[in-house]
Design a protein around this ligand. Structure first.
Ligand SMILES: Nc1ncnc2c1ncn2[C@@H]1O[C@H](COP(=O)(O)OP(=O)(O)OP(=O)(O)O)[C@@H](O)[C@H]1O
Length: 252
């Protein structure tokens, strides 16, 4: 279980207050909420990049801040929202960067690391791009590569910040299906999404945030309702349930 318990944190004028969420192995939890609600901040707290002023993050019972980097990387993988590589790594070398906590600053990847990196490229259908510069890949391919990099240490939990941002629908579905497959293989996933319909299709549970707080957590059916969405986004919505739940903003 990856568990954030009563987290509080602030950056000057913004504060996250008393936030608790948890995800089990094999479960997908989506985080929704308007811009600036604190979703990315919550993921960074869960990964241990930020230190909460109050509360703690426990991964399988261990405080995430007390784990050595190498141990934490075996537990949690993180895919950040923005990525600007310093230079044009080849796709295979970019994936190998995910093993850095194990390799260390002065070490070199072993045969085992290379084998795993190629296996991940194959898993995402990217093996033919292994030698291509990361920066020459499409948005969807880059997103898959970022996820592959986060999987190098075979983590039990994956934190994904807007994994389908900027992707067309075909690539978005491709990435979401890969995430679903990882969850079927036992990985616990927390992902930030902006599209409630993707959350409805691919999540076991949804948490909705506003102003640094969790408004509500529940099944997609419990959360993706007009009252909850209108409270979070201050916009009118239409929710249709046939044949699947569809959320549409009301524009008239
Ligand atoms: N490094 C920082 N220093 C100061 N304020 C920050 C910093 N990072 C984020 N913030 C502020 O904290 C608040 C929450 O930001 P955060 O990125 O967590 O929101 P979010 O819900 O992920 O937003 P979005 O959907 O736009 O990505 C915002 O008001 C943001 O401006």
């Amino acid at each position: 279980m990856l568990k954030a318990e009563n987290l509080s944190f602030s950056y000057g004028s913004f504060s996250l207050e008393d936030v608790s969420i948890e995800v089990k192995e094999g479960e997908i939890l989506s985080l929704l909420g308007p811009n600036g609600a604190g979703k990315s901040t919550l993921l960074k707290l869960m990964f241990g990049i930020l230190r909460p002023h109050k509360g703690e993050v426990l991964v399988d019972g261990h405080n995430v801040l007390e784990l050595p980097v190498n141990e934490r990387a075996k537990k949690i993988g993180f895919v950040p929202q923005k990525h600007h590589p310093a230079f044009a790594f080849r796709a295979i070398d970019f994936v190998l960067l995910g093993a850095a906590p194990e390799i260390g600053l002065f070490g070199a990847p072993t045969r085992k690391h290379r084998k795993r990196a190629y296996k991940l490229l194959r898993m995402f259908g990217l093996e033919k791009y292994a030698g291509r510069p990361y920066t020459s890949l499409s948005g969807g391919q880059m997103q898959l590569l970022l996820i592959a990099r986060a999987l190098m240490m075979d983590p039990r939990y994956l934190l994904l910040d807007e994994p389908i941002n900027h992707l067309d629908l075909r690539n978005a579905i491709l990435v979401m299906k890969k995430i679903q497959q990882l969850a079927k293989n036992g990985v616990g996933v927390v992902m930030v999404l902006h599209d409630p319909n993707m959350a409805a299709l691919f999540s076991d549970r949804v948490s909705i945030m506003k102003d640094g707080r969790i408004l509500q957590t529940g099944t997609p059916e419990e959360i993706l309702r007009c009252e909850v969405l209108e409270c979070a986004y201050e916009t009118k919505f239409l929710v249709v349930d046939d044949p699947v739940r569809v959320v549409v903003p009301q524009v008239v």
